[in-house]
Design a binder for this molecule. Structure first.
Ligand SMILES: [Zn+2]
Length: 216
């Protein structure tokens, strides 16, 4: 898992497309430094909200072009398939950069993903699944049965950022432009809480006062 550690290891230079993507993500405010409450309940010193990238189509398009530099030359996908809603814009930009088709799957609460709106996969079609940020990989994995049911050929996964810390290891290859290894802590062990840094809840404007230092 050497490559998965690259970004977090102090002093190890990140170069090429990954570095350029990190710069773009920081510039548009998608990658933030601070003190964040993650949906897992853990606290983190960084946060990635790709919606901020898609506010800037030029930057998003550039990130998609950088992604193509990280994909095998012989991949030749016919179609990018993403889970709605989060993956749609990423899949669209990536499909534009690769010159292929862009589809998304959607679902009603409690139901499996399905292809609607006349979307269709053909037998033997080369399909690349895409997601902006892979955390657990649960959403993209739920698209695999759609590819299999159509008799299409699953090429693997493409993400702007992989923050699964190497824990997302499906049988097909995972291609990611950026590896994000956030420093995450249980609230009671969080050094940022101890320093009294206000806790930000991403996705809302809410900033909470830091909880009292642990163990006191
Ligand atoms: Zn904290």
């Amino acid at each position: 898992m050497e490559s998965a550690d690259r970004e977090s290891r102090a002093g190890t230079p990140v170069t090429g497309p990954e570095l350029q993507a990190l710069v773009l993500l920081k510039e548009c405010g998608a990658l933030k430094q601070g003190h964040f409450l993650l949906s897992s309940g853990l606290h983190s010193d960084r946060y990635c909200q790709c919606a901020a990238l898609f506010e800037q189509p030029d930057s998003a398009g550039r990130v998609a072009e950088l992604m193509t530099e990280c994909l095998p030359r012989d991949l030749h996908p016919h179609t990018i398939l993403t889970p709605a809603i989060g993956g749609i814009l990423w899949g669209y930009e990536l499909a534009r950069a690769l010159g292929c088709r862009s589809l998304f799957a959607e679902r009603k609460p409690g139901e499996p993903f399905s292809l609607r709106r006349g979307f269709h996969l053909d037998k033997g079609e080369r399909v690349l699944l895409a997601e902006d940020v892979i955390t657990t990989g649960k959403s993209v994995m739920e698209l695999v049965p759609l590819v299999e049911a159509a008799g299409a050929h699953l090429l693997g996964f493409a993400a702007i950022a992989d923050r699964s810390r190497g824990e997302f290891q499906p049988s097909q290859p995972v291609h990611s432009l950026v590896k994000l290894n956030f420093n995450v802590h249980k609230p009671e062990e969080c050094p940022l809480c101890r320093e009294g840094q206000p806790l930000e809840k991403p996705g809302s404007r809410e900033v909470q006062a830091a909880p009292p230092p642990a163990g006191q």
